[in-house]
Ligand binder design. Structure first.
Ligand SMILES: NC(=O)c1ccc[n+]([C@@H]2O[C@H](COP(=O)([O-])OP(=O)(O)OC[C@H]3O[C@@H](n4cnc5c(N)ncnc54)[C@H](OP(=O)(O)O)[C@@H]3O)[C@@H](O)[C@H]2O)c1
Length: 325
């Protein structure tokens, strides 16, 4: 049995908790909310017997193995370090932190304490991505030469009230998926060209072309307009397109292997979503903890830090495309 403590009672906790409860050997032992009434309501809605607004109280419990942290990004580092200090393994929502330096601090602390730590990059465990990645690894596309991915809808997830101090960056919130996908296939970039739009000091849209050792990535993200929610991996022998929403994909089209596939009907790969889609990641975390691992080989500390470093660099390179205030 893997016993989970939940930190945060927002949207994503609401969606992830049922998937924990439906995972074999997964159990939610307690929930923390910063307001008593929110914690009580969340516990009642999900059938969790223990709730509290005192985080130290939750972290002291010895019936919790792993803590899931789903609060605003700017709070992740402090809360993760508290949890690690209390001897808990941690699964931390994306982005793991609001800088590569903080990501390193969290992951180093967990390693030193001999605890498992991972950013909750669920896409990496999504069965469609697992299959496509394996097949690309086996040569489906030959060498990968390009990644294109975008994620834009005109609703900033937490409204326009979030300040940079609260970690309101749309790059870190949404752009993290295109950047992570590009780095899986192309590694870290050696050069970045980026433009962006800022609102009250917060980046609300960005477009980046990244040069990698073996190819190019074209990435875009927005909280203020639609940018299609698909992604494409191209290589020497063709391409694979993930239908929207690519990061939570259930359908991909393979245009590779023959002229008919390239110019005519692609092969369609489908993996219907189970529950809310977090089950495979939750099961993988539980298994890694059981095996005594400190990081998951599919989303390592190094990968996590490399993406955080790229996001730091993209923000530093982003010249304003337009400015509104
Ligand atoms: N993997 C995914 O599919 C996915 C999807 C969406 C979001 N996320 C990530 O999940 C995290 C949370 O997002 P969300 O959409 O669930 O946000 P949300 O709905 O705004 O919920 C945030 C939670 O954190 C609490 N909170 C707010 N400010 C806090 C503070 N200063 N200190 C401690 N707790 C605080 C909120 O409490 P109150 O209710 O009292 O405000 C609420 O319980 C973010 O990192 C986000 O990027 C992941």
């Amino acid at each position: 049995m893997t016993r989970w403590g939940i930190i945060g009672t927002g949207d994503i906790s609401d969606r992830l908790v049922p998937d924990v409860q439906n995972t074999p050997r997964g159990q939610v032992a307690a929930v923390w909310g910063r307001r008593d009434e929110a914690a009580a309501a969340f516990a009642a809605a999900h059938g969790i017997s223990i709730f509290t607004s005192d985080r130290a109280e939750l972290l002291r419990r010895d019936d919790i193995d792993v803590v899931y942290i789903a609060t605003p990004a700017a709070t992740h580092a402090d809360i993760a370090l508290e949890a690690i200090d209390a001897g808990k393994h941690v699964l931390i929502e994306k982005p793991i932190a609001t800088s590569a330096a903080d990501a390193e601090r969290i992951l180093a602390a967990a390693r030193t304490a001999g605890l498992f730590a991972m950013e909750a990059m669920w896409t990496r465990f999504n069965p469609l991505h697992v299959e496509v990645r394996e097949r690309i690894g086996d040569g489906l596309l030959g060498e990968v030469t390009a990644v294109r991915a975008s994620f834009g809808t005109p609703f900033h997830p937490r409204g326009r009230v979030q300040t940079p101090a609260q970690g309101g960056s749309i790059l870190r919130d949404r752009g993290i998926y295109p950047v992570t996908l590009a780095q899986w296939y192309l590694g870290a970039p050696r050069a970045i060209h980026a433009i962006g739009e800022f609102l009250d000091g917060v980046d609300v849209e960005g477009h980046a072309t990244m040069e990698h050792e073996q190819g190019v990535a074209q990435l875009a993200w927005s909280g203020v307009r639609f940018l299609d929610l698909s992604a494409t991996i191209s290589g020497e022998r063709g391409w694979v397109t993930f239908a929207p929403m690519f990061w939570a994909g259930s359908t991909a089209m393979v245009h590779a292997g023959s002229a008919a596939r390239i110019f005519g009907e692609p092969e369609v790969i489908q993996h219907p979503r189970n529950g809310n889609g977090y089950g495979p990641m939750i099961a993988a975390v539980a298994e890694a903890i059981d095996d005594g691992l400190l990081e998951h080989p599919w989303h390592t500390h190094r990968d996590t830090i490399a993406v955080a470093q790229t996001m730091d660099a993209v923000l530093a390179h982003m010249s304003p495309a337009a400015s509104t205030s």
